[in-house]
Design a protein around this ligand. Sequence first.
Ligand code: 5AD
Ligand code: SF4
Length: 461
Amino acid sequence: MTRRLHIKTFGCQMNVYDSARMADVLAPLGYAATERADDADLVVLNTCHIREKAAEKLYSELGRIRRSKEARAAEGKTAMIAVAGCVAQAEGAEILSRAPYVDMVVGPQSYHRLPQLIAEAARRDPSNPSGVVDVEFPAEPKFDHLPPVRHRGPSAFLSVQEGCDKFCTFCVVPYTRGWEFSRPVKDVLDEARRVVDRGALEITLLGQNVNAYHGDAGGGAEAGLGGLIRRLAEIDGLKRIRYTTSHPRDMSDDLIAAHGEVEALMPFLHLPVQSGSDRILAAMNRRHTRDDYRRIVDKLMAARPDLKLSSDFIVGFPGETGEDFDETVALARETRFIQAYSFKYSTRPGTPGAAMPNQIDDSVKAERLLELQAVLDQNQIVFNRSSIGRKMAVLLDRPGRKAGQFAGRSVYMQPVHVDAPARYFGRIAELEITDAHANSLSARLAGEEGGNGSHMERAFA
Ligand code: 5AD
Ligand code: SF4
């Protein structure tokens, strides 16, 4: 019997990966994806808790889904609702008391048990219809219980590490995703070969703290991320490797060296710095200084001179003075990130930052955010403009906005749009950049490219 499954994903790429894996777990039960929530026998909301209003967003989304559940019930059809992801982990049974029509609450470490949870939820006693909750951190990693990936396509995510033991004082991740865990090298290689066999030219390795990766390499040995990347690079047909998100403390010399050695490793790195002030970095428990960060960037550039960086910033962390903020702006200016995400500090319940004195007024945070974003946007636009006239290798992995158009990413993760015949889909094409916009580039075909394009980019250094 075919049943319909609608998964709505919020938050990071890890959640995108998890949503795909939930679909893999449910496929043997006959669940096939549908774009429409009101068509679905099962709706999964895969939630994010990283910043403000996560819970409110969830409850308003749930309100909408409740109405379609009721409309289906009136037609004699069922619709189950599952809340998954980081808000599920943080709120647990609280979700059932606020939204009693929810059938299942399942944390990011337990979704391999969805089939059992669905059966349990279906067997509920109608006189006590409370939903089922599974927010355990099981001793056995979920990866051992997941079916092989079914992903097909030119670009794939691959989760290699989860959780975090760093305890930055602003962050909920250690509480929602649990302690750090790395998948064994063999598991990662098997999954990578499988997605390459299914058409992937590019793999993005995922982890909340991906460069803290330390997976079992067999024979009592352990591999770091650099070692893992070198092994992955041996896979025939895998042209591009990326990884995200990294912590500066875990940028080991070996990993930095891999950037210089491994041609398939893209010359682009997301390395969040959060603040340019040593005082604030210490209060955030980042365990590095601004100069440590600069030194890491210098080493990376020495290993791979054409490398470009992106970053995350938080403004208005408790106690941040105007001078602290100015240091952040100065760092943003001098490091010339080609992309960046910046956020107003948001108090996360249960984190040390939430209990700190000297919380900053929202109006000050808003002002600082605007000022910082102006600098970051400027860096991005200057870089995008400098791309005009250049040739770039772009993996055309999605349809464009208009018919006859494809979109893809440059080695630097810039979105690029191009008119191209259908056969270009899923290929790495050589494009000439014709125009630059704030967040994307336009291009025309400039020939065809068999490699991963990084040698062309090296000429840009
Ligand atoms: N407030 C604002 N931004 C945050 N981030 C994480 N926690 C918070 C918070 N409490 C940002 C950081 C991180 C990115 C994923 O989200 O910049 O790198
Ligand atoms: Fe959001 Fe963090 Fe959870 Fe990803 S891991 S969904 S960013 S809270």
